[in-house]
Ligand binder design. Structure first.
Ligand SMILES: Cc1cc2nc3c(=O)[nH]c(=O)nc-3n(C[C@H](O)[C@H](O)[C@H](O)COP(=O)(O)OP(=O)(O)OC[C@H]3O[C@@H](n4cnc5c(N)ncnc54)[C@H](O)[C@@H]3O)c2cc1C
Length: 479
């Protein structure tokens, strides 16, 4: 039998050559350390759109990772196929004694990893996983009784209490670089070979790779101190824009949390809270994988939604007649991004004004968001639909007009994405149907012609939603 030696590091959603838990562990265990990324057809075959910004982002980030590993004296094998088979085969071919990878918590990824571990075991190869995507994973932050938290505030308190420098310390790579093994040169398939094409990623100013992640973070450091004041205003561009980098691991969450922790001001503390929400939703998904298609609170599965296609299309296309909702949906459709406040408003509008099931909206976001992340998206949708853990109470229903007045008071964001409303005066921009015929003419915006009348009356929709959700209250009272 040929002796095995060294290991293979399998990169997935951790596309950076620094502060990398699995790579660090493999290097410390001894070389040679090979590296691989697989363009997994099980994932890619599900994508219907050839111009997918996420695939381009990954492709560019893999290319940058390969260059960076080569500069360190190593290399990156890049494969195209089913990871379940490709990884064990490559590990066997390289005679690696172990495969190292960072843990993924999504149900499909867990199933794949179980299959890979079994295939490796059959070949006598070890499979070692590390925590890397989050600061604390499920089981590290628990209630006094040792259970999972389902309310955010006590979770956050426990999370912050546990956050010592140890948990945000970087995993260095450079010191062990001599162990890195080279890979065959020029083995990166083209985007076209993978069945995809270039998108407007660079025109949108999205810089992939760990260099892009570092630049985005550096720019945000100049804004972080005012994050708590400005983060809710979509026109202000006050948030970090790091979600796509966190999604694909082109930044290290430890580095971000370490910075926010030591910055010690209101802006940084509020921002750190968002990273805690991120961990919270990862932990929820790990603890309750059934939330992928069912309500976190099972009694909410009894709520019956409508399937009104006309409403659905109006919401999807940004044609509801509610300017803030329409601007939000058009931002998503045009750029693949939507501001957090608007994700809450537009999700709430779909479920609680249009009476459409949250799962349908969630799937639409999943297809469109550049930063799509199952745990955060599911958590966000279930929050807005009141079906989730620590969610918005079912009887609290966002008013799309007052949200608009509060968070886009001058209508700057609305005007950017709904050009039909550009000339509508500030006092009318949030409810343009209230313009008189003369005002409509002056604004070059005839309601029902240039811009739709509201598709539903918010007050009536609110009453319908309260009646719809009453099954939850009735079920509770019957208990
Ligand atoms: C209905 C709905 C769907 C969402 N879908 C996603 C999604 O698919 N992917 C995603 O990354 N975020 C999602 N979010 C959370 C949030 O809207 C985005 O993370 C944020 O808008 C990204 O912009 P940013 O990077 O500038 O955020 P910042 O405000 O700078 O926040 C920093 C980071 O914290 C994390 N974060 C912030 N808010 C949340 C939150 N509420 N829940 C979990 N993590 C958070 C993100 O990783 C984000 O990049 C969703 C929220 C809602 C209400």
């Amino acid at each position: 039998m040929v002796p095995t030696t060294g290991s293979l590091v399998w990169f997935r959603r951790d596309l950076r050559p620094h502060d990398h838990a699995a790579l660090h562990a493999a290097l410390r265990a001894g070389g040679p350390v090979h590296c691989v990324f697989v363009f997994d057809t099980e994932i890619l075959d599900e994508l219907t759109e050839p111009a997918d910004r996420r695939v381009e982002f990954i492709w560019e980030s893999v290319r940058a990772l390969q260059t960076a590993l080569e500069a360190l004296g190593g290399g990156l094998h890049v494969l195209h196929g089913r990871a379940r088979e490709a990884v064990p085969q490559l590990a066997g071919k390289l005679r690696a004694s172990a495969v190292y990878t960072n843990r993924d918590y999504e149900p499909q990824a867990l199933a794949r990893d179980t299959a890979v571990a079994a295939a490796l075991q059959a070949r006598g190869i070890g499979f070692h996983t590390r925590k890397d995507q989050v600061i604390f994973e499920r089981g590290e932050i628990t209630t006094r009784a040792g259970g999972d938290f389902s309310v955010f505030t006590p979770y956050k308190r426990a999370w912050l209490a546990k956050l010592t420098p140890f948990f945000v310390k970087a995993y260095p790579i450079e010191a062990h670089r001599a162990q890195l093994a080279p890979a065959p040169p020029k083995n990166l398939p083209t985007l076209e070979t993978l069945g995809f094409q270039r998108t407007d990623l660079s025109a949108l100013g999205i810089q992939p790779g760990s260099t892009g992640g570092a630049q985005t973070f550096a720019a945000f450091k100049r804004r972080i101190d005012r994050y708590h004041e400005l983060r809710d205003f979509p026109a202000a561009a006050a948030t970090s824009g790091l979600s796509i980098h966190l999604r694909f691991g082109t930044v290290s969450v430890r580095e971000l949390a370490a910075y926010a922790r030591q910055r010690r001001n209101a802006g940084a503390e509020t921002w750190l809270s968002e990273l805690v929400w991120r961990d919270f939703y990862f932990a929820i998904l790990a603890a309750r994988p059934e939330v992928v298609d069912r309500a976190f609170r099972p009694e909410y599965d009894a709520v019956e939604f409508d399937d009104n296609d006309r409403y659905w299309r109006a919401w999807r296309d940004g044609q509801t007649g509610y300017p803030l909702v329409d601007a939000a949906m058009r931002q998503l459709n045009q750029t693949g991004f939507m501001h957090n406040r608007l994700r809450m408003v537009s999700a709430s509008f779909l479920v609680k004004d249009l009476g459409i099931a949250w799962q349908r909206g969630e799937r639409y976001f999943a297809a469109r968001l550049n930063d799509y992340d199952l745990a955060a998206n599911n958590g966000g949708w279930q929050w807005a639909a009141s079906t989730g853990c620590d969610a918005q109470p079912w009887f609290r229903i966002f008013n799309p007009v007052t949200q608009s007045i509060r968070f886009d008071s001058e209508g700057a964001f609305i005007r950017r994405f709904v050009p039909e409303l550009r000339e509508v005066p500030e006092q009318r921009i949030h409810a343009p149907w209230q313009m008189t015929p003369l005002e409509q003419q002056a604004a070059h915006c005839i309601i029902g012609r240039e811009y739709p009348a509201p598709i539903v009356d918010h007050e009536q929709a609110r009453k319908r939603t309260l009646a719809r959700y009453a099954v939850v209250r009735d079920a509770r009272q019957a208990r």
